[in-house]
Design a protein. Structure first.
Length: 500
């Protein structure tokens, strides 16, 4: 049996889906089936416009059946397949509603294929391929029906099974992990495609690192785009019990929004309400990039602009903080299908940093408010004329009045606040009186210090330790622009230089 396919689903599925098909084909070969496959997933193209000519010819002349999973906006690919339909009578099987119009099989048959694809895994994909062979008249035997697998559940690399009940997971965890979840627990939430495609290396590494630090883990996968429960429902099911959070912090993989929905014109919009208010714990953002490890390290910006928007900017609207990349992808050609695949690769130092940050957030939540240190930073552009007018600038916002209100609330909540302005006007007047601004052209440093505008001083030894933690090129730029206090001592420097 010869099977052709174009599998170009959006998101991480594009680089992972091929692995299930490759594994299923290998499994069928071991059972005595003779299968040849040629697949394409356009991994390097954001919006492919046409099917390669040699692949189209193979589909037409050699393939017994063609499988499709194509986004609706790939008009050029749709046009090529429509032309193929005119020249052949072989089965063309769409595996997604987005390309259902390209199919040549009955709706009843289609439902079965969609169930195989939706449930996923080697067994279901293997039976999907056999079912495709049956549609092509090559296989006559009965094919087992799709095996339903949970679209969400709790995963742990040591469990050997998935838990769909929180209490049962707690029972297993308390026996096998000495009940550390009772003390400090972190919730993880990631797309089920990584579970279905058995591409869990990055999440396994994160789980191990968190447990190494004495933190319990509830790691949940779910399919928020497949018509199942949305993220809010999953969070309530696995991270909240009897109205109270069972995690002390959470880390989310989220592209676009936690609960994206299709808006007008196919746009991605945010679905409200947001359950994170109910959860009320620090919620951090983990990023799994499709870049190779070297591509990520060589890119001065880290991520591409589209991925910054999708993985950093938009999730912030939900309240996810401290976006941290913890995994990249190693690209290689799959020898079974000829398509390019992506194997997840953990970034150990990034995973360690994220685990440390989560641990610190949990510690901070348990610290008395009176012991917490909070910095409120105003925007202030030192290089503009009228620098005083830029203090606290915020387009359409009364930042000064807002900070006055925040300070009053902090004092009420038990934070140690030595002075609270009555309103925004008193706050800005005090700032100006103390010269607590980054105005270095007309105001001598000595005057700023005399009037109380310096919040504090740093010993030269401490400053030296801090600055030599920077990369050498960044350190040299600071010295070139602001002076080097270690050459002749800070007393020999001008006022402007001392401000560094």
């Amino acid at each position: 049996m010869k099977i052709g396919g174009i599998l170009t689903a959006y998101g991480p599925s594009r680089g992972l889906m091929i692995k299930s098909y490759s594994g299923a084909i290998e499994s069928l070969k071991k059972k005595g089936y003779h299968i040849e496959a040629r697949f394409e997933n356009f991994l390097e193209e954001q919006a492919p416009t046409t099917v390669p000519q040699d692949l189209m010819e193979w589909f037409e002349k050699d393939a017994d059946v063609v499988l499709l999973n194509i986004p609706a906006d790939y008009g050029g690919i749709f046009a090529d397949i429509e032309e193929l339909k005119k020249r052949t009578s072989k089965p063309i099987i769409p595996l997604s509603p987005m390309c259902a119009a390209l199919g040549t099989i009955s709706p009843k048959q289609l439902k079965v294929f969609w169930d195989y694809q939706s449930f996923g895994g080697t067994e279901n994909i293997g039976n999907l391929l056999l079912c495709a062979g049956k549609a092509a008249g090559i296989i006559s035997q009965e094919v087992p029906p799709p095996v339903e697998v949970p679209s969400s559940g709790i995963y742990h690399p040591d469990a050997g099974k998935v838990f769909t009940d929180l209490d049962r997971y707690f029972e297993w965890y308390s026996k096998n992990k000495k009940g550390v979840y009772r003390n400090r627990t972190v919730g993880l939430l990631f797309p089920n495609i990584f579970y279905v495609e058995d591409s869990l290396g990055v999440y396994d590494a994160l789980i191990r690192k968190l447990e190494e630090k004495g933190l319990g883990v509830i790691c949940v996968f779910h399919d928020k785009m497949g018509g199942g429960k949305n993220s809010d429902e999953i969070i309530r099911e696995y991270f909240i019990k009897d109205g109270k959070a069972v995690v002390d912090a959470a880390i989310f993989y989220a592209a676009f929004f936690l609960n994206p929905m299709r808006g007008e014109g196919g746009s991605i919009e945010q679905e409200m309400p947001n359950v994170l208010n109910e959860l009320n714990v620090p919620c951090l953002k983990m990023i799994h990039s499709v870049q190779t490890p070297q591509e990520w390290r060589d890119n001065p910006e880290g991520l591409s602009i589209p991925q910054i928007i999708i993985s950093v900017t938009l999730p912030e609207f939900d309240g996810l903080i401290e976006p941290t990349i913890i995994g990249t992808s190693e690209k290689k050609i799959d020898p079974v299908t000829g398509a390019e695949i992506q194997d997840p690769v953990p970034i150990d130092e990034q995973i360690d940093m994220l685990a440390c940050r989560v641990e610190k957030w949990i510690e901070l939540a348990r610290k008395p408010n009176s012991e917490k240190k909070v910095a409120i930073i105003f925007h202030n552009s030192p290089c503009k004329s009228g620098v005083e007018a830029s203090v606290g600038a915020g387009f359409g916002l009364d930042t000064l009045e807002s900070v006055s209100i925040v300070l009053k609330r902090l004092k009420k909540e038990g934070y140690r606040v030595d002075w609270v302005p009555e309103n925004g006007e008193e706050l800005i007047n005090t700032i100006m009186e103390k010269k607590a601004i980054s105005e270095f052209r007309w105001t001598p440093l000595s005057e700023i210090i005399k009037k109380g505008g310096a919040a504090g001083f740093v010993p030269l030894e401490t400053y030296e330790k801090w600055i030599y933690e920077l990369p050498e090129d960044a350190r040299d730029k600071i010295f070139d622009g602001w002076g080097n206090p270690f050459e002749n001592g800070p007393d020999s420097m001008e006022d402007v230089d001392k401000m560094s």
